[in-house]
Design a binder for this molecule. Structure first.
Ligand code: ATP
Length: 513
Protein backbone atom coordinates (compact mmCIF):
# COMPACT_ATOMS: atom_id res chain seq x y z
CA UNK A 1 0.00 0.00 0.00
CA UNK A 2 1.19 3.46 -0.89
CA UNK A 3 2.28 4.87 2.48
CA UNK A 4 2.20 8.59 2.25
CA UNK A 5 0.45 11.85 2.66
CA UNK A 6 -0.52 11.88 -1.03
CA UNK A 7 -2.70 8.88 -0.48
CA UNK A 8 -4.34 10.59 2.50
CA UNK A 9 -4.90 13.69 0.37
CA UNK A 10 -6.53 11.58 -2.35
CA UNK A 11 -8.82 9.98 0.22
CA UNK A 12 -9.76 13.38 1.67
CA UNK A 13 -10.68 14.83 -1.71
CA UNK A 14 -12.51 11.68 -2.79
CA UNK A 15 -14.49 11.75 0.47
CA UNK A 16 -15.55 15.30 -0.21
CA UNK A 17 -16.32 14.83 -3.90
CA UNK A 18 -18.66 11.90 -3.29
CA UNK A 19 -20.37 13.08 -0.11
CA UNK A 20 -18.62 11.03 2.56
CA UNK A 21 -16.94 13.75 4.64
CA UNK A 22 -17.06 17.56 4.41
CA UNK A 23 -14.99 20.04 6.38
CA UNK A 24 -17.29 21.54 9.01
CA UNK A 25 -18.60 25.09 8.43
CA UNK A 26 -16.90 25.11 5.05
CA UNK A 27 -18.57 28.28 3.73
CA UNK A 28 -17.01 30.07 6.71
CA UNK A 29 -13.60 28.57 5.85
CA UNK A 30 -14.03 25.61 8.18
CA UNK A 31 -13.44 24.92 11.85
CA UNK A 32 -10.19 23.21 12.81
CA UNK A 33 -10.38 19.47 13.40
CA UNK A 34 -14.15 19.29 12.96
CA UNK A 35 -15.86 17.44 10.13
CA UNK A 36 -19.37 16.71 8.91
CA UNK A 37 -20.42 13.38 7.47
CA UNK A 38 -22.27 13.70 4.19
CA UNK A 39 -25.02 11.58 2.67
CA UNK A 40 -22.79 8.55 2.07
CA UNK A 41 -20.62 9.11 5.12
CA UNK A 42 -23.69 8.96 7.35
CA UNK A 43 -24.61 5.59 5.82
CA UNK A 44 -21.13 4.13 6.19
CA UNK A 45 -20.88 5.43 9.75
CA UNK A 46 -24.25 3.92 10.66
CA UNK A 47 -23.21 0.58 9.21
CA UNK A 48 -19.98 0.56 11.22
CA UNK A 49 -22.00 1.35 14.35
CA UNK A 50 -24.41 -1.48 13.57
CA UNK A 51 -21.55 -3.94 13.05
CA UNK A 52 -20.14 -2.99 16.44
CA UNK A 53 -23.48 -2.89 18.25
CA UNK A 54 -24.66 -6.22 16.90
CA UNK A 55 -21.33 -7.91 17.65
CA UNK A 56 -21.35 -6.52 21.21
CA UNK A 57 -24.98 -6.43 22.30
CA UNK A 58 -26.96 -8.70 20.03
CA UNK A 59 -24.37 -11.48 20.03
CA UNK A 60 -23.71 -11.47 23.80
CA UNK A 61 -26.50 -12.28 26.18
CA UNK A 62 -24.55 -10.65 29.03
CA UNK A 63 -23.95 -7.29 27.31
CA UNK A 64 -26.59 -4.58 27.14
CA UNK A 65 -26.63 -1.08 25.68
CA UNK A 66 -26.91 2.40 27.13
CA UNK A 67 -27.36 5.93 25.81
CA UNK A 68 -26.28 8.36 28.52
CA UNK A 69 -26.39 12.15 28.30
CA UNK A 70 -23.32 14.09 27.22
CA UNK A 71 -23.74 16.57 30.08
CA UNK A 72 -23.02 15.08 33.45
CA UNK A 73 -22.58 16.29 36.99
CA UNK A 74 -19.22 18.12 37.15
CA UNK A 75 -18.10 16.11 40.18
CA UNK A 76 -17.97 13.04 37.92
CA UNK A 77 -14.92 14.50 36.18
CA UNK A 78 -13.29 15.32 39.49
CA UNK A 79 -13.90 11.74 40.66
CA UNK A 80 -12.65 10.19 37.44
CA UNK A 81 -9.42 12.17 37.63
CA UNK A 82 -10.01 14.07 34.42
CA UNK A 83 -10.06 17.53 36.04
CA UNK A 84 -6.64 16.97 37.58
CA UNK A 85 -4.97 14.53 35.23
CA UNK A 86 -6.47 14.52 31.74
CA UNK A 87 -3.53 16.40 30.34
CA UNK A 88 -1.20 16.16 27.41
CA UNK A 89 2.37 17.44 27.68
CA UNK A 90 2.81 20.16 25.05
CA UNK A 91 5.97 21.73 23.69
CA UNK A 92 6.42 24.54 21.16
CA UNK A 93 9.19 25.08 18.67
CA UNK A 94 10.30 28.67 19.18
CA UNK A 95 11.24 29.21 15.53
CA UNK A 96 8.23 27.75 13.72
CA UNK A 97 5.79 28.42 16.62
CA UNK A 98 4.46 24.99 15.90
CA UNK A 99 2.98 23.10 18.84
CA UNK A 100 3.62 19.41 19.47
CA UNK A 101 2.68 16.78 21.98
CA UNK A 102 5.98 15.99 23.68
CA UNK A 103 5.13 12.30 24.11
CA UNK A 104 4.20 12.03 20.43
CA UNK A 105 7.55 13.55 19.39
CA UNK A 106 9.29 10.86 21.40
CA UNK A 107 7.09 8.08 20.07
CA UNK A 108 7.70 9.17 16.49
CA UNK A 109 11.42 9.14 17.17
CA UNK A 110 11.15 5.57 18.48
CA UNK A 111 9.08 4.59 15.44
CA UNK A 112 11.86 5.83 13.13
CA UNK A 113 14.36 3.57 14.87
CA UNK A 114 11.86 0.70 14.67
CA UNK A 115 11.61 1.25 10.93
CA UNK A 116 15.39 0.83 10.67
CA UNK A 117 15.01 -2.58 12.31
CA UNK A 118 12.19 -3.47 9.91
CA UNK A 119 14.40 -2.52 6.96
CA UNK A 120 17.20 -4.70 8.24
CA UNK A 121 14.74 -7.60 8.57
CA UNK A 122 13.37 -6.98 5.08
CA UNK A 123 16.92 -7.24 3.74
CA UNK A 124 17.32 -10.58 5.53
CA UNK A 125 14.08 -11.87 4.04
CA UNK A 126 15.15 -10.79 0.57
CA UNK A 127 18.49 -12.52 0.97
CA UNK A 128 17.51 -15.78 2.62
CA UNK A 129 13.87 -16.22 1.57
CA UNK A 130 12.13 -19.13 3.28
CA UNK A 131 15.25 -20.03 5.26
CA UNK A 132 15.17 -16.71 7.09
CA UNK A 133 14.72 -17.10 10.84
CA UNK A 134 13.45 -13.73 12.03
CA UNK A 135 13.55 -14.58 15.71
CA UNK A 136 17.19 -15.64 15.51
CA UNK A 137 18.05 -12.61 13.38
CA UNK A 138 16.54 -10.23 15.95
CA UNK A 139 18.62 -11.88 18.68
CA UNK A 140 21.94 -11.82 16.84
CA UNK A 141 22.17 -9.15 14.15
CA UNK A 142 24.39 -6.36 15.57
CA UNK A 143 22.47 -3.52 13.83
CA UNK A 144 19.14 -4.79 15.07
CA UNK A 145 20.51 -5.29 18.58
CA UNK A 146 22.00 -1.80 18.68
CA UNK A 147 18.75 -0.19 17.55
CA UNK A 148 16.64 -2.28 19.90
CA UNK A 149 18.89 -1.21 22.76
CA UNK A 150 18.38 2.40 21.77
CA UNK A 151 14.59 1.95 21.77
CA UNK A 152 14.63 0.22 25.15
CA UNK A 153 16.77 2.99 26.64
CA UNK A 154 14.48 5.75 25.37
CA UNK A 155 11.35 3.92 26.47
CA UNK A 156 12.63 3.48 30.03
CA UNK A 157 13.50 7.16 30.32
CA UNK A 158 10.25 8.25 28.71
CA UNK A 159 8.14 6.04 30.96
CA UNK A 160 9.91 7.32 34.08
CA UNK A 161 9.56 10.96 33.09
CA UNK A 162 5.89 10.75 32.11
CA UNK A 163 4.84 8.65 35.07
CA UNK A 164 6.52 11.00 37.51
CA UNK A 165 5.12 13.98 35.67
CA UNK A 166 8.70 15.21 35.38
CA UNK A 167 8.26 17.67 32.52
CA UNK A 168 11.87 18.87 32.62
CA UNK A 169 13.02 15.30 32.09
CA UNK A 170 10.68 14.97 29.11
CA UNK A 171 12.21 18.10 27.57
CA UNK A 172 15.75 16.91 28.38
CA UNK A 173 15.05 13.67 26.53
CA UNK A 174 13.81 15.54 23.45
CA UNK A 175 16.99 17.65 23.52
CA UNK A 176 19.23 14.63 24.17
CA UNK A 177 17.76 12.77 21.19
CA UNK A 178 18.29 15.87 19.03
CA UNK A 179 14.69 15.82 17.83
CA UNK A 180 14.05 18.64 15.37
CA UNK A 181 10.87 20.47 14.38
CA UNK A 182 9.69 19.23 11.00
CA UNK A 183 8.82 22.78 9.90
CA UNK A 184 11.76 24.91 11.05
CA UNK A 185 14.30 22.09 11.28
CA UNK A 186 15.50 23.61 14.56
CA UNK A 187 15.97 22.19 18.06
CA UNK A 188 14.88 25.42 19.71
CA UNK A 189 12.23 24.09 22.11
CA UNK A 190 10.21 25.75 24.88
CA UNK A 191 9.62 24.09 28.24
CA UNK A 192 7.06 21.28 28.37
CA UNK A 193 3.70 22.28 29.87
CA UNK A 194 0.62 20.28 30.81
CA UNK A 195 -2.59 21.12 28.96
CA UNK A 196 -6.03 19.91 30.06
CA UNK A 197 -8.03 18.49 27.18
CA UNK A 198 -11.56 18.98 28.50
CA UNK A 199 -13.91 21.56 27.03
CA UNK A 200 -15.99 23.37 29.61
CA UNK A 201 -19.15 25.39 29.38
CA UNK A 202 -21.72 26.82 31.75
CA UNK A 203 -25.10 25.50 32.64
CA UNK A 204 -27.86 27.89 33.58
CA UNK A 205 -28.63 31.27 32.04
CA UNK A 206 -27.95 33.49 35.05
CA UNK A 207 -24.27 34.31 35.21
CA UNK A 208 -23.92 34.22 39.00
CA UNK A 209 -25.90 31.02 39.14
CA UNK A 210 -23.92 29.27 36.51
CA UNK A 211 -21.91 26.20 37.21
CA UNK A 212 -19.08 24.88 35.10
CA UNK A 213 -19.81 21.66 33.34
CA UNK A 214 -17.67 19.66 30.93
CA UNK A 215 -18.31 18.15 27.56
CA UNK A 216 -17.50 14.49 28.20
CA UNK A 217 -14.00 13.53 26.99
CA UNK A 218 -14.99 9.84 26.98
CA UNK A 219 -18.32 8.04 27.04
CA UNK A 220 -17.18 5.59 29.72
CA UNK A 221 -18.18 7.65 32.76
CA UNK A 222 -21.84 7.58 31.68
CA UNK A 223 -21.58 3.81 31.95
CA UNK A 224 -19.92 3.81 35.38
CA UNK A 225 -22.44 6.11 37.01
CA UNK A 226 -25.27 3.96 35.62
CA UNK A 227 -23.64 0.69 36.63
CA UNK A 228 -26.11 -0.12 39.39
CA UNK A 229 -29.15 1.19 37.50
CA UNK A 230 -28.44 -1.21 34.66
CA UNK A 231 -27.38 -4.09 36.88
CA UNK A 232 -30.52 -3.90 39.02
CA UNK A 233 -33.11 -3.09 36.35
CA UNK A 234 -31.62 -5.61 33.92
CA UNK A 235 -30.99 -8.27 36.61
CA UNK A 236 -27.43 -8.58 35.31
CA UNK A 237 -24.96 -11.00 36.89
CA UNK A 238 -21.22 -10.59 36.88
CA UNK A 239 -19.53 -10.87 34.45
CA UNK A 240 -21.56 -8.50 32.30
CA UNK A 241 -20.98 -5.57 29.99
CA UNK A 242 -22.54 -2.23 29.13
CA UNK A 243 -22.01 -0.88 25.62
CA UNK A 244 -22.46 2.66 24.40
CA UNK A 245 -21.90 4.68 21.24
CA UNK A 246 -21.69 8.43 21.54
CA UNK A 247 -19.91 11.71 21.05
CA UNK A 248 -16.84 12.70 23.02
CA UNK A 249 -14.94 15.98 23.00
CA UNK A 250 -11.26 16.73 23.50
CA UNK A 251 -9.43 19.99 23.00
CA UNK A 252 -6.57 18.22 21.21
CA UNK A 253 -3.27 20.11 21.06
CA UNK A 254 -2.50 18.95 17.58
CA UNK A 255 -5.47 18.07 15.50
CA UNK A 256 -4.31 17.06 12.06
CA UNK A 257 -4.67 14.06 9.84
CA UNK A 258 -8.28 14.44 8.79
CA UNK A 259 -10.78 12.50 10.89
CA UNK A 260 -8.03 10.64 12.75
CA UNK A 261 -7.76 13.28 15.45
CA UNK A 262 -10.77 15.51 15.92
CA UNK A 263 -11.97 17.76 18.70
CA UNK A 264 -15.48 16.31 18.44
CA UNK A 265 -15.60 12.60 17.68
CA UNK A 266 -17.52 9.45 18.38
CA UNK A 267 -16.56 6.47 20.51
CA UNK A 268 -17.91 2.95 20.73
CA UNK A 269 -17.12 1.79 24.24
CA UNK A 270 -17.92 -1.28 26.26
CA UNK A 271 -17.21 -1.67 29.96
CA UNK A 272 -17.11 -5.27 31.13
CA UNK A 273 -17.60 -5.77 34.88
CA UNK A 274 -15.78 -8.75 36.39
CA UNK A 275 -14.84 -10.31 39.72
CA UNK A 276 -11.76 -8.76 41.35
CA UNK A 277 -8.77 -10.93 40.55
CA UNK A 278 -10.25 -12.21 37.29
CA UNK A 279 -9.46 -9.08 35.31
CA UNK A 280 -6.34 -10.36 33.54
CA UNK A 281 -8.21 -13.36 32.18
CA UNK A 282 -10.93 -11.08 30.76
CA UNK A 283 -8.37 -8.57 29.52
CA UNK A 284 -6.78 -11.33 27.42
CA UNK A 285 -10.23 -12.50 26.29
CA UNK A 286 -11.27 -9.06 25.07
CA UNK A 287 -7.95 -8.37 23.36
CA UNK A 288 -8.46 -11.54 21.41
CA UNK A 289 -12.11 -10.91 20.55
CA UNK A 290 -11.59 -7.32 19.50
CA UNK A 291 -8.76 -8.05 17.07
CA UNK A 292 -10.95 -10.80 15.63
CA UNK A 293 -13.79 -8.30 15.13
CA UNK A 294 -11.48 -6.01 13.19
CA UNK A 295 -9.89 -8.73 11.06
CA UNK A 296 -13.31 -10.17 10.27
CA UNK A 297 -13.98 -7.16 8.05
CA UNK A 298 -11.37 -8.52 5.66
CA UNK A 299 -9.43 -5.27 5.22
CA UNK A 300 -6.19 -7.28 5.58
CA UNK A 301 -4.82 -9.09 8.63
CA UNK A 302 -1.37 -7.51 8.25
CA UNK A 303 -2.85 -4.03 8.75
CA UNK A 304 -3.26 -4.54 12.51
CA UNK A 305 -0.87 -4.87 15.41
CA UNK A 306 -1.01 -4.62 19.20
CA UNK A 307 0.93 -1.99 21.06
CA UNK A 308 1.14 -2.59 24.80
CA UNK A 309 1.27 0.62 26.83
CA UNK A 310 4.36 1.63 28.71
CA UNK A 311 2.81 4.56 30.46
CA UNK A 312 -0.44 3.49 32.02
CA UNK A 313 -3.26 5.96 32.52
CA UNK A 314 -4.05 6.81 36.13
CA UNK A 315 -6.87 4.22 36.20
CA UNK A 316 -5.31 1.21 34.48
CA UNK A 317 -3.23 -1.84 35.48
CA UNK A 318 -2.81 -3.07 31.90
CA UNK A 319 -3.52 -1.48 28.54
CA UNK A 320 -2.99 -2.23 24.91
CA UNK A 321 -3.85 -0.49 21.67
CA UNK A 322 -4.93 -2.12 18.47
CA UNK A 323 -3.01 -0.13 15.89
CA UNK A 324 -3.98 0.09 12.26
CA UNK A 325 -1.74 0.84 9.31
CA UNK A 326 -3.33 4.13 8.22
CA UNK A 327 -1.85 6.05 5.27
CA UNK A 328 0.18 7.93 7.92
CA UNK A 329 1.55 4.62 9.30
CA UNK A 330 0.56 2.46 12.28
CA UNK A 331 -1.62 4.45 14.73
CA UNK A 332 -4.08 3.70 17.51
CA UNK A 333 -7.49 2.53 16.40
CA UNK A 334 -8.79 0.99 19.62
CA UNK A 335 -7.77 0.90 23.26
CA UNK A 336 -8.28 -2.11 25.52
CA UNK A 337 -7.79 -1.22 29.15
CA UNK A 338 -7.93 -3.04 32.43
CA UNK A 339 -9.37 -0.15 34.47
CA UNK A 340 -9.34 -1.98 37.81
CA UNK A 341 -12.03 -0.83 40.29
CA UNK A 342 -10.69 2.72 40.10
CA UNK A 343 -13.70 4.45 38.56
CA UNK A 344 -16.43 2.78 40.60
CA UNK A 345 -14.47 3.27 43.84
CA UNK A 346 -13.91 6.94 43.02
CA UNK A 347 -17.62 7.41 42.35
CA UNK A 348 -18.45 5.70 45.65
CA UNK A 349 -16.11 8.11 47.38
CA UNK A 350 -17.39 11.28 45.72
CA UNK A 351 -21.11 10.43 45.65
CA UNK A 352 -21.31 8.68 49.00
CA UNK A 353 -23.35 5.89 47.33
CA UNK A 354 -22.41 2.22 47.28
CA UNK A 355 -21.61 0.85 43.82
CA UNK A 356 -21.28 -2.81 44.66
CA UNK A 357 -22.52 -6.11 43.37
CA UNK A 358 -23.72 -8.90 45.60
CA UNK A 359 -22.27 -12.08 44.14
CA UNK A 360 -24.60 -14.95 45.13
CA UNK A 361 -22.01 -17.61 44.29
CA UNK A 362 -19.38 -16.03 46.50
CA UNK A 363 -21.95 -14.80 49.00
CA UNK A 364 -20.25 -11.41 49.24
CA UNK A 365 -20.49 -7.87 47.91
CA UNK A 366 -17.66 -6.21 46.04
CA UNK A 367 -16.81 -3.35 43.70
CA UNK A 368 -16.27 -5.06 40.35
CA UNK A 369 -13.15 -4.66 38.24
CA UNK A 370 -13.57 -3.37 34.72
CA UNK A 371 -12.19 -4.21 31.31
CA UNK A 372 -12.84 -1.51 28.74
CA UNK A 373 -12.80 -1.74 24.99
CA UNK A 374 -12.90 1.66 23.31
CA UNK A 375 -12.79 2.18 19.58
CA UNK A 376 -13.05 5.48 17.71
CA UNK A 377 -15.87 5.39 15.20
CA UNK A 378 -14.21 8.04 13.04
CA UNK A 379 -10.93 6.15 13.09
CA UNK A 380 -12.79 3.01 12.04
CA UNK A 381 -14.30 5.01 9.21
CA UNK A 382 -10.85 6.17 8.10
CA UNK A 383 -9.48 2.62 8.39
CA UNK A 384 -12.25 1.29 6.15
CA UNK A 385 -11.88 4.10 3.61
CA UNK A 386 -8.13 3.92 3.47
CA UNK A 387 -8.04 0.21 2.82
CA UNK A 388 -10.96 0.46 0.38
CA UNK A 389 -9.65 3.30 -1.75
CA UNK A 390 -8.09 1.74 -4.84
CA UNK A 391 -6.84 3.28 -8.04
CA UNK A 392 -6.83 0.59 -10.73
CA UNK A 393 -5.40 0.59 -14.21
CA UNK A 394 -7.63 -1.61 -16.33
CA UNK A 395 -6.63 -3.90 -19.20
CA UNK A 396 -7.65 -1.33 -21.80
CA UNK A 397 -5.34 1.21 -20.13
CA UNK A 398 -8.15 3.25 -18.58
CA UNK A 399 -8.25 4.04 -14.87
CA UNK A 400 -10.93 3.50 -12.31
CA UNK A 401 -11.20 4.57 -8.71
CA UNK A 402 -13.03 1.95 -6.72
CA UNK A 403 -13.91 1.83 -3.04
CA UNK A 404 -13.64 -1.82 -2.06
CA UNK A 405 -15.69 -1.31 1.09
CA UNK A 406 -16.76 -4.57 2.78
CA UNK A 407 -20.21 -5.21 1.29
CA UNK A 408 -21.96 -5.21 4.66
CA UNK A 409 -20.69 -1.67 5.35
CA UNK A 410 -21.24 -0.21 1.86
CA UNK A 411 -23.62 2.80 1.82
CA UNK A 412 -25.65 1.28 -1.02
CA UNK A 413 -25.84 -2.46 -1.46
CA UNK A 414 -26.86 -2.23 -5.10
CA UNK A 415 -27.55 0.28 -7.86
CA UNK A 416 -30.66 -0.13 -9.99
CA UNK A 417 -29.89 0.95 -13.53
CA UNK A 418 -32.40 0.93 -16.40
CA UNK A 419 -30.33 0.67 -19.60
CA UNK A 420 -32.21 3.55 -21.21
CA UNK A 421 -34.72 6.08 -19.98
CA UNK A 422 -37.67 4.81 -22.07
CA UNK A 423 -39.50 1.75 -23.41
CA UNK A 424 -40.85 0.90 -19.97
CA UNK A 425 -37.37 0.14 -18.53
CA UNK A 426 -37.51 2.81 -15.79
CA UNK A 427 -40.90 1.48 -14.70
CA UNK A 428 -39.60 -2.08 -14.54
CA UNK A 429 -36.50 -0.89 -12.67
CA UNK A 430 -38.58 0.96 -10.08
CA UNK A 431 -40.79 -2.07 -9.62
CA UNK A 432 -37.71 -4.20 -8.84
CA UNK A 433 -36.36 -1.49 -6.55
CA UNK A 434 -39.61 -1.16 -4.61
CA UNK A 435 -39.55 -4.80 -3.71
CA UNK A 436 -35.89 -4.86 -2.59
CA UNK A 437 -35.92 -1.54 -0.78
CA UNK A 438 -37.49 -3.01 2.37
CA UNK A 439 -34.30 -4.95 3.01
CA UNK A 440 -31.53 -2.98 1.35
CA UNK A 441 -30.42 0.60 0.79
CA UNK A 442 -30.38 1.02 -3.01
CA UNK A 443 -29.60 3.79 -5.44
CA UNK A 444 -31.62 4.39 -8.58
CA UNK A 445 -29.70 5.97 -11.48
CA UNK A 446 -30.82 6.44 -15.07
CA UNK A 447 -28.55 9.29 -16.15
CA UNK A 448 -25.58 8.89 -18.57
CA UNK A 449 -24.18 5.83 -20.30
CA UNK A 450 -24.12 2.54 -18.43
CA UNK A 451 -20.30 2.64 -18.34
CA UNK A 452 -20.31 6.01 -16.62
CA UNK A 453 -22.89 4.82 -14.15
CA UNK A 454 -20.77 1.76 -13.30
CA UNK A 455 -17.80 4.05 -12.59
CA UNK A 456 -19.91 6.23 -10.31
CA UNK A 457 -20.99 3.17 -8.33
CA UNK A 458 -17.37 1.94 -8.14
CA UNK A 459 -16.36 5.31 -6.72
CA UNK A 460 -18.87 5.05 -3.88
CA UNK A 461 -18.30 1.36 -3.19
CA UNK A 462 -21.63 -0.17 -4.28
CA UNK A 463 -21.03 -3.94 -4.42
CA UNK A 464 -23.61 -4.72 -7.12
CA UNK A 465 -24.92 -2.87 -10.18
CA UNK A 466 -28.13 -4.27 -11.58
CA UNK A 467 -29.02 -3.39 -15.15
CA UNK A 468 -32.53 -3.69 -16.51
CA UNK A 469 -32.70 -3.99 -20.32
CA UNK A 470 -35.30 -4.82 -22.98
CA UNK A 471 -34.72 -8.52 -22.48
CA UNK A 472 -35.69 -8.12 -18.81
CA UNK A 473 -39.24 -7.22 -19.87
CA UNK A 474 -39.49 -10.59 -21.59
CA UNK A 475 -37.59 -13.02 -19.37
CA UNK A 476 -37.46 -11.20 -16.01
CA UNK A 477 -33.66 -11.54 -15.94
CA UNK A 478 -31.19 -8.75 -15.14
CA UNK A 479 -27.45 -8.23 -15.58
CA UNK A 480 -25.53 -8.05 -12.32
CA UNK A 481 -22.08 -6.51 -12.33
CA UNK A 482 -19.73 -7.19 -9.43
CA UNK A 483 -17.84 -4.10 -8.20
CA UNK A 484 -14.54 -5.85 -7.48
CA UNK A 485 -14.22 -8.34 -10.33
CA UNK A 486 -16.30 -6.30 -12.82
CA UNK A 487 -17.68 -9.65 -14.00
CA UNK A 488 -21.25 -9.67 -15.22
CA UNK A 489 -23.84 -12.39 -14.97
CA UNK A 490 -27.46 -12.76 -15.86
CA UNK A 491 -29.76 -13.76 -13.01
CA UNK A 492 -33.49 -13.79 -12.46
CA UNK A 493 -35.15 -10.91 -10.62
CA UNK A 494 -36.29 -13.27 -7.89
CA UNK A 495 -32.66 -14.18 -7.10
CA UNK A 496 -31.38 -10.63 -6.57
CA UNK A 497 -32.38 -10.45 -2.91
CA UNK A 498 -30.67 -13.67 -1.90
CA UNK A 499 -27.56 -12.76 -3.90
CA UNK A 500 -27.16 -9.47 -2.00
CA UNK A 501 -28.06 -11.18 1.24
CA UNK A 502 -25.33 -13.80 0.79
CA UNK A 503 -22.60 -11.19 0.46
CA UNK A 504 -23.84 -8.26 2.47
CA UNK A 505 -26.02 -9.51 5.31
CA UNK A 506 -25.28 -9.11 9.00
CA UNK A 507 -25.63 -12.85 9.40
CA UNK A 508 -22.86 -13.47 6.86
CA UNK A 509 -20.38 -11.29 8.69
CA UNK A 510 -21.43 -11.96 12.28
CA UNK A 511 -21.44 -15.73 11.89
CA UNK A 512 -17.67 -15.64 11.28
CA UNK A 513 -16.94 -14.05 14.63
P1 ATP B 1 -4.43 9.04 21.23
O1 ATP B 1 -3.27 8.43 21.96
O2 ATP B 1 -4.41 8.79 19.75
O3 ATP B 1 -4.70 10.45 21.61
P2 ATP B 1 -6.03 7.99 23.32
O4 ATP B 1 -5.14 6.91 23.82
O5 ATP B 1 -6.11 9.27 24.03
O6 ATP B 1 -5.71 8.25 21.76
P3 ATP B 1 -8.41 6.73 24.26
O7 ATP B 1 -8.57 7.68 25.37
O8 ATP B 1 -7.94 5.35 24.55
O9 ATP B 1 -7.48 7.40 23.13
O10 ATP B 1 -9.76 6.70 23.42
C1 ATP B 1 -10.27 5.53 22.85
C2 ATP B 1 -10.43 5.65 21.36
O11 ATP B 1 -11.11 6.85 21.00
C3 ATP B 1 -9.10 5.73 20.62
O12 ATP B 1 -8.59 4.45 20.38
C4 ATP B 1 -9.49 6.42 19.33
O13 ATP B 1 -9.97 5.49 18.37
C5 ATP B 1 -10.64 7.33 19.75
N1 ATP B 1 -10.16 8.71 19.87
C6 ATP B 1 -9.52 9.26 20.90
N2 ATP B 1 -9.25 10.56 20.66
C7 ATP B 1 -9.74 10.83 19.42
C8 ATP B 1 -9.78 12.00 18.61
N3 ATP B 1 -9.28 13.15 19.02
N4 ATP B 1 -10.37 11.91 17.38
C9 ATP B 1 -10.90 10.75 16.95
N5 ATP B 1 -10.88 9.62 17.68
C10 ATP B 1 -10.31 9.65 18.90
Amino acid sequence: MEQNQDRLKDIISHSKEYGFVFPSSEIYDGLAATYDYGQLGAELKNNIKTYWWKAMVQMHENIVGLDAAIFMHPTIWKASGHVDAFNDPLIDNKDSKKRYRADVLLEEHIEKIRQKIDKEIAKGVARFGDDFDQEQFRKTNPNVLRNQEKIDGIEIKMKGALENNDLDAVRDLIVELEIVCSVSGSKNWTDVKQFNLMFSTEMGSVAGDASTIYLRPETAQGIFVNFLNVQKSGRMKIPFGIAQIGKAFRNEIIARQFIFRMREFEQMEMQFFVRPGEEMKWYAYWKDLRIKWHKNLGLGDNLYRFHDHLKLAHYANAASDIEYNFPMGFKELEGIHSRTDFDLKQHELHSGKKLQFFDPEMNESYVPFVIETSVGLDRMFLAVLSSAYTNEILEDGSERVVLKIPAVLAPYKAAILPLIKKDGLPEKAREIMKDLQFDFNLQYDEKDSIGKRYRRQDAIGTPFSITIDHQTLEDNMVTVRDRDTMLQQRISVSEIGSMIEKKASWKTILSNL
